[in-house]
Design a binder for this molecule. Structure first.
Ligand code: ADP
Ligand code: MG
Length: 613
């Protein structure tokens, strides 16, 4: 995805932010509708909290009138039992309110946590279905940062909403209704002050949202770079770029400082204005109440009641700016979230109840007039046609950038073809569900790409149900058994981050074991030993030979000696298949392979990559 906060589409989305706020929140609630029990719990608690909290002003109002009457009539302490009952009632109602408030808070905490878990899980689920080119243009750290930020903001909002704000809002509505019953101008003033407040907040909202998007862009970029720096710390160190990286990182935050300052300045300036308006309106309401009391319209008790009610409504109005602030963040977060959730997934042909068996004479793997290019770019491959027959070992040779890895990507169904067909076991992969297709291909990549998990789990990655014996057998055949068994913990030893450090060759032998265990129709080796030094390469090569034995294989290798032993070679040149033939045949033609041989004759132990890079 290439959308930056400055891009056109983002602008137009920001513009519709105000009307989109409610819609965004509704979208989140609907998206998490299986949590309706919790939403309901929060609502019930808020209703009871609000209701019980409203009792106090009435009880105090009643007490005031009782006292005033007693004082006027001279009956004095005779009303004490009544007052004691009222005090007790206040105590009970306040206790109910407190308990329900906390029960609501508890439910809200659980709810927001569930929301976080649900949104995160669905996000990963979505990412796992997105097309490969989406990942090609996103920084890993940036994806992670965006996920964390947007989900945190959504769940924070839901939390504060359910913990405090929702019950306050209910109370305010009740106050509005009650004051309308007593004296309608009060209700009108109260009803007006809310929208004015929201409108004044909305004035800054558009600018605020733009600044927020800009800030988030920097935060996500910083997060992305951070992950890269940590992941490639050896490169950073060897090129002495620590200071530069630190600078770049700091710079992203420097820019967020400016944005945050501007956001904050805007916000607080508007807050002074908003609260100014609020205070004027409230002062007017108090004055109205005093005046009507003097006129004899209200008793002193009613005056006390109304003043308490109005004061109660003041907090939610004041909180509006804070709530809107949190809500806006949540809306921005949910936008980012749903933008990813709306990305088009890789269409996978579904349901293939009975896959036909491979016809006797069909090749295991077949490229038929394949044309392909990345995104809107030029064709990388054109008219690529060749096949790999059962048990055959075919090598793919080209210059670096000639499209060998691209062919592997296509064979995995990672990108759609522009035209042509790829068939595995005689079935067009376009008609095969992706997991079915990928079960039939076993790959050893250039870098071992292991997970921070035990050695055993890494080997078992493609066949989770494999027994310990099967794992050990695969490891031994991949020439990894010996060193794994010597490890502290053996197959249970942890690899990676906080675990064991393995050499490149050892890691690669584990990934060979992983491919060995998967035992698919086609084996693909994409420069499986090119990242290794000569000694570890030899150890891995032995494992690979064992892996390829009797298997249909497509081999991309950087070393000529590996290629010399294959059944056939396919050479690619400028995106076309240049030649196909046995190593002996191609040695004579002077094509890509012939050139390589010539190069080798001149050099000592010449590698293909000397030619390729
Ligand atoms: P090889 O594996 O033979 O070295 P590749 O298949 O990796 O070559 O690359 C073939 C061409 O496709 C190169 O020009 C490369 O720049 C381009 N290419 C590879 N991957 C991508 C990608 N994800 N997006 C756009 N272009 C790509
Ligand atoms: Mg490659």
């Amino acid at each position: 995805m290439t959308d930056s906060p400055r891009s056109g589409s983002h602008e137009s989305e920001t513009r519709s932010s105000e009307e989109g706020m409610l819609a965004s929140l509704v979208a989140i609630v609907r998206f998490t509708s299986e949590l309706r029990r919790y939403y309901l719990g929060v609502i019930v608690c808020a209703l009871v909290t609000a209701g019980a909290g409203l009792a106090t002003p009435f009880l105090i109002g009643h007490a005031t009138d009782t006292i005033v009457d007693a004082v006027n009539s001279g009956s004095g302490v005779g009303v004490l039992p009544t007052l004691a009952m009222l005090a007790l009632a206040i105590l009970v109602m306040e206790l109910v309110s407190t308990v329900m408030h906390n029960l609501g808070g508890y439910t809200g905490d659980v709810l927001s946590n569930r929301i976080r878990a649900l949104l995160s899980t669905r996000y990963l689920d979505k990412l796992l279905r997105l097309p490969q080119d989406w990942f090609d243009s996103e920084m890993t750290g940036s994806i992670v940062s965006r996920l964390n930020r947007s989900i945190t903001e959504v769940s924070n909002f839901m939390k504060s909403m359910s913990n405090t704000f929702f019950s306050m809002l209910l109370q305010t509505v009740a106050v509005l209704v009650i004051s309308a019953i007593y004296y309608w101008p009060l209700a009108v003033l109260l009803a007006v002050v809310f929208p004015v407040y929201v409108w004044l907040t909305g004035l800054t909202s558009r600018k605020w949202q733009r600044l927020e998007a800009d800030k988030n862009h920097h935060i996500d970029s910083a997060g992305g770079r951070f992950a890269e720096v940590v992941g490639q710390i050896r490169v950073v160190r060897s090129f002495v770029r620590e200071r530069h990286e630190l600078h770049t990182f700091t710079d992203h935050f420097e820019r967020t400082h400016d944005t945050t300052r501007e956001q904050s300045r805007h916000w607080h300036t508007m807050d002074v204005l908003r609260r100014g308006v609020l205070n004027v309106v409230f002062a007017a309401m108090y004055l109205l109440i005093f005046w009507r009391t003097l006129e004899g319209e209200f008793s002193v008790g009613q005056m006390v009641l109304l003043i308490q009610l109005i004061t109660m409504a003041r907090t939610p109005v004041e909180m509006m700016s804070w709530v809107l602030d949190t809500a806006q963040r949540a809306v921005a977060g949910s936008r980012d979230y749903f933008r990813v959730m709306r990305e088009v997934e890789v269409p996978t042909p579904d349901g293939m109840p009975e896959l036909p068996a491979r016809p006797e004479d069909a090749p295991v793997l077949e490229f038929d007039d394949v044309r392909f290019g990345y995104g809107d770019g030029p064709d990388v491959l054109t008219d690529v046609t060749f096949d790999v027959r059962p048990g055959e070992r075919v090598a793919l040779v080209s210059e670096s950038g000639g499209g060998k890895t691209t062919l592997v990507n296509l064979l995995l169904g990672l990108y759609p073809l522009r035209s042509g067909h790829i068939r595995i076991d005689g079935i067009d992969i376009a008609a095969m569900p992706h997991d079915e297709l990928r079960r039939r291909v076993s790959i050893v990549f250039q870098d071992a790409s292991l997970f921070s998990d035990t050695v055993g789990e890494n080997i078992r990655y493609g066949l989770p149900d494999a027994s310990q014996d099967e794992v050990a057998l695969a490891a031994r055949r991949a020439n990894a058994g010996e060193f794994v068994e010597r490890l502290d913990g053996g197959y249970d030893a942890l690899i990676g981050e906080r675990g064991l450090k393995l050499s490149g060759g050892q890691k690669q032998r584990i990934s060979v074991a992983r491919a060995m265990l998967k035992d698919a129709s086609v084996l693909v080796l994409d420069e499986a030993t090119s990242a290794l030094d000569t000694r570890s390469e030899r150890a891995v090569q032995e494992g690979l030979e064992e892996l390829m034995a009797g298997r249909t294989s497509l081999v991309i290798a950087h070393r000529l000696s590996t290629i010399a032993t294959v059944d056939r070679i396919v050479t690619l040149k400028e995106g076309h298949v240049d030649e196909i033939g046995t190593p002996a045949e191609l040695a004579k033609t002077g094509g890509v392979y012939g050139e390589l041989l010539a190069l080798q004759r001149r050099g000592e132990d010449s590698y293909l990559n000397a030619y390729q890079t």
